[in-house]
Design a protein around this ligand. Structure first.
Ligand code: SUG
Length: 450
């Protein structure tokens, strides 16, 4: 059945801030304690959604998870009213406070791994919520994400939403940021590539030395089993540990694919040539077509420039006329090597005929480019009609969300502002209003956090 790709973008939350919580993510660490602008961040994200929708590509929005996650602090033994808990934690542990206030769920590429129905054993679309167990501020996303995705994909005849994997260091899972699906038509079976950073249960295994490898082989294998993906349709690769040590904390910082196109850097994977040959063979066998791989060299662009320009964190989108467009952050236009690479990509990859640059600076300063902000979901008409309709992006929703952001968001947020209980009260009003716009029971999801 004909199907198309929808990009589910995370709406940036009102507490977007620069607390520097992500070790191994160079942008996050280097912007620690800078002043953020949540309003600009959310508007930049909405502009991207608007432009993508205008290209004729499927676009939907995922709500920010309600913050602060006071229920998590109660689990840790803090007690009293919300106000007094915020005041206590602000005094004793500001990093913990920043964690439960984090807006990191805006990077929906980490929300889950999604396998289209055509690839899955039972013919349903499978979604595995990521546990994000490598980092405290991100690990608290999984419950809320499960609630939201279960509400959107509620038809169990068509969809299966799996809760996050057990929260263990052996099963740390970062979702679609380490998953790329290659296919001919979106609705036909494809090859799903899964990239992991370390094998947790093999102490001898090669792993990065400096920064954490966030995705384990064991988590990847569990997701493959849950989704009912067969060996001929998956490729499991190890990320190059040197790249992780250079700041490539997710595979989508060094590789991106769409349909029959795979862009990567020569330092993306371990045993890269062998792995790429295998993907090529599997692709030909399952999709009956040849895969177009564009492998950029270190002489084209250094790893450091990949990390600072986020060239590979671009979105490759297929327009209704079948041609592809590369949506890059403006940092890729402003970096000489990255800019040249975009020209090389257009010249060498016949399917890609256009590049556009978008300003996502607020998100980029926390290590989140265009591809981080979206979760890709392949849907056919029956599935589109079956999902919750309130999150489908159109001009009306864009207008309402813009007004909502302009009404409720601050244009300056200092990390110290998180200590002021007034912020939490302000956010309550915004959640009530957003629930109404998206017709999702967000306030209900957050009732334990009051
Ligand atoms: O997990 N940054 C996120 C960025 C996620 C990017 N996603 C993808 N590559 N798909 C992270 O490191 C920063 C939070 C802070 O510093 O306050 C943060 O969580």
């Amino acid at each position: 059945m004909a199907a198309r790709e929808f990009n589910f973008d995370g709406l940036v939350g009102p507490t977007h801030n620069y607390a520097g919580l992500s070790y191994g993510n160079v942008a996050s660490t280097s912007h620690r304690n800078q002043v953020s602008n949540p309003k600009a961040a959310a508007l930049q994200g909405l502009e991207k959604m608007k432009q993508v929708a205008a290209l004729g590509v499927g676009q939907a929005v995922l709500p920010p998870l309600p913050r602060p996650r006071i229920s998590f602090l109660r689990e840790l033994g803090f007690s009293g009213s919300r106000q007094s808990i915020i005041e206590q934690v602000a005094k004793t542990d500001p990093v913990l406070l920043a964690s439960i206030y984090s807006s990191s769920n805006m990077w929906t590429a980490n929300a889950a791994t999604v396998s289209p129905a055509a690839d899955c054993g039972d013919g349903r679309l499978h979604i595995s919520v990521a546990n994000l167990a490598s980092g405290l501020h991100r690990s608290i996303e999984a419950n809320g994400t499960f609630q939201v995705l279960s509400a959107i994909f509620s038809d169990e005849d068509l969809f299966c939403v799996h809760p996050a994997l057990p929260c263990s260091m052996a099963f740390t899972d970062e979702g679609a940021a380490n998953h790329t699906r290659l296919c001919d038509d979106y609705g036909k079976p494809g090859i799903e590539t899964f990239v992991y950073g370390r094998a947790a249960l093999d102490v001898q295994a090669v792993a990065p030395k400096k920064f954490p490898a966030r995705q384990t082989l064991e988590a990847t294998q569990a997701v493959i089993r849950r989704h009912g993906l067969t060996d001929d349709r998956v490729a499991v690769l190890q990320q190059n540990p040197d790249a992780i040590d250079a700041g490539v904390f997710h595979n989508d910082v060094i590789s991106v694919g769409n349909q029959n196109v795979l862009l990567c850097h020569e330092m993306s994977f371990r045993n890269q040539q062998r792995e790429l040959d295998l993907i090529r063979q599997k692709f030909e066998a399952v999709c009956g077509d040849s895969l177009s791989i564009c492998e950029l060299k270190s002489t084209d662009i250094s790893i450091d420039d990949c990390v600072s320009s986020y060239l590979f964190n671009s979105q490759i989108l297929t327009r209704p006329d079948g041609k592809m467009i590369l949506v890059c952050p403006t940092e890729s236009r402003d970096n000489a090597s990255a800019k040249q690479c975009t020209e090389k990509i257009v010249a060498e990859v016949p399917a890609i005929d256009e590049v556009i640059f978008m300003d996502l600076r607020q998100s980029m300063n926390n290590g989140g480019g265009p591809a981080c902000l979206r979760l890709r979901v392949v849907l056919d008409d029956e599935q589109i009609n079956a999902i919750h309709q309130g999150i489908l992006f159109n001009d009306n929703l864009y207008g309402r969300l813009r007004t909502w952001v302009e009404t409720h968001y601050r244009d300056e947020l200092h990390v110290e502002d998180l200590a002021d209980p007034k912020l939490a009260i302000e956010i309550d009003a915004s959640i009530v209003a957003l629930s109404d716009i998206l017709q999702l029971p967000l306030f209900e999801f957050a009732k334990h956090d009051r």
